[in-house]
Design a protein around this ligand. Structure first.
Ligand SMILES: Cc1cc2nc3c(=O)[nH]c(=O)nc-3n(C[C@H](O)[C@H](O)[C@H](O)COP(=O)(O)O)c2cc1C
Length: 326
């Protein structure tokens, strides 16, 4: 059982932070499928301190999202501390996470995200200050190192523990690897063995078997899943079944798949309004149907649509077509 401060996770599965994706709509779906904890999209500490309206909206968490960790990114102590205070006072998040793994140049060039892997002492100072300022448990998400020559994951994890962090998530790649190659279970294991606080293993978990292997090979306390959950929240219930009983039902009915897809669309429209929801559903709907026949024609048909009514009609037509064929 993973404990983060006063919170006990109901199971060892955590939905990874996904910029542009793990918004409230996504989190509601993950919670409905039984995820133990879900992490928000990364949120700029600076933008929070500037009172940026779009960013402040990202702090809103609804009661049907379950346990939520709000992820911050930043490189300056003052901004991170101020952002933590705003989150303390204005967000229902249960946990605050620091992003120390994002590899994208825009983030790294501002010394945030994975850039912190180059300077573990700085990460320590930031995390210590956040822990001091926060009335919620603070966690950190790291990679195994900056590159092969600078494998700072173990040092980062040990310093995070010393700073009073409640849990660490480790993506088993270096910053240099970005998303290439495979996540290293060995490197995750190494980090898990170096600390005594709960550790989540992350990277390339696409099936219940992958999740079980992550737990078994690395000894981590929980598994964080990102891309594997896109359009596939059933992976949560399947993995929970597999971990408990050794078997799971791999089949998802067409009706169920489309029910959840429509639910996602409805939540997204309520969250972002019709115009943005229509645009974001192009990617999200594509994930839900990726393994179905004629998915590429469905995807193509979505692109020119400008209203949610049209999007729903397109989904209805595709479902009817598939049901006729099956
Ligand atoms: C589209 C996308 C957005 C991401 N956004 C974030 C983010 O905001 N914060 C973060 O720490 N990691 C982010 N990540 C990294 C994931 O959380 C995760 O570490 C990575 O995808 C590896 O796990 P996976 O193989 O299960 O997807 C993102 C990854 C993707 C593909």
């Amino acid at each position: 059982m993973i404990k983060i401060g006063s919170h006990t996770l109901s199971n060892p599965l955590v939905a990874a932070p996904l910029a542009g994706i793990s918004n409230s709509a996504y989190r509601r779906i993950m919670h409905a499928f039984g995820i133990g904890l879900v992490v928000t999209e990364m949120t700029s500490a600076k933008a929070i301190t500037y009172g940026n309206q779009k960013t402040l909206k990202m702090l809103e968490i609804t009661p049907d999202e379950g346990l939520v960790s709000l992820q911050l990114f930043g490189a300056e102590k003052a901004a991170l501390v101020e952002a933590v205070r705003v989150v303390n006072d204005h967000s229902n998040a249960s946990v605050i996470d620091l992003n120390a793994g994002c590899p994208v140049p825009k983030v790294v060039d501002s010394d945030a995200g994975a850039a912190l892997l180059k300077d573990p002492e700085k990460a320590y100072a930031l995390l210590s200050a956040m822990v001091q300022a926060s009335n919620k448990p603070v966690t950190v998400k790291i990679r195994t190192g900056w590159n092969d020559a600078l494998m700072t994951g173990v040092e980062m994890a040990q310093l995070a523990e010393k700073a009073g962090v409640a849990m660490i998530a480790v993506h088993g790649r270096t910053r240099a690897q970005k998303y290439l190659g495979n996540a290293s279970l060995d490197a995750i294991k190494h980090i898990k063995e170096a600390v005594s606080l709960p550790v989540l293993g992350n990277g390339d978990v696409k099936t219940p078997e992958d999740a079980a292997a992550m737990l078994e090979v690395t000894g981590v306390d929980g598994v964080m899943i990102g891309r594997g959950l896109l359009g596939n929240p059933w992976l949560i219930s399947q993995t929970l079944d597999y971990l408990q009983t050794g078997t799971y039902d791999p089949c998802v009915s067409v009706a169920d798949r489309f029910r959840v897809l429509r639910q996602h669309a409805t939540y997204l429209e309520a969250l972002k309004g019709e115009k943005i929801a229509v645009l974001e559903m192009r990617a999200q709907a594509s994930h839900y149907v990726k393994e179905l026949p004629h998915a590429s024609a469905f995807r193509k048909g979505l692109m020119p649509l400008q209203s949610m009514a049209r999007v729903h009609a397109h989904i209805d037509d595709y479902e009817a077509d598939l049901t006729r064929r099956l």
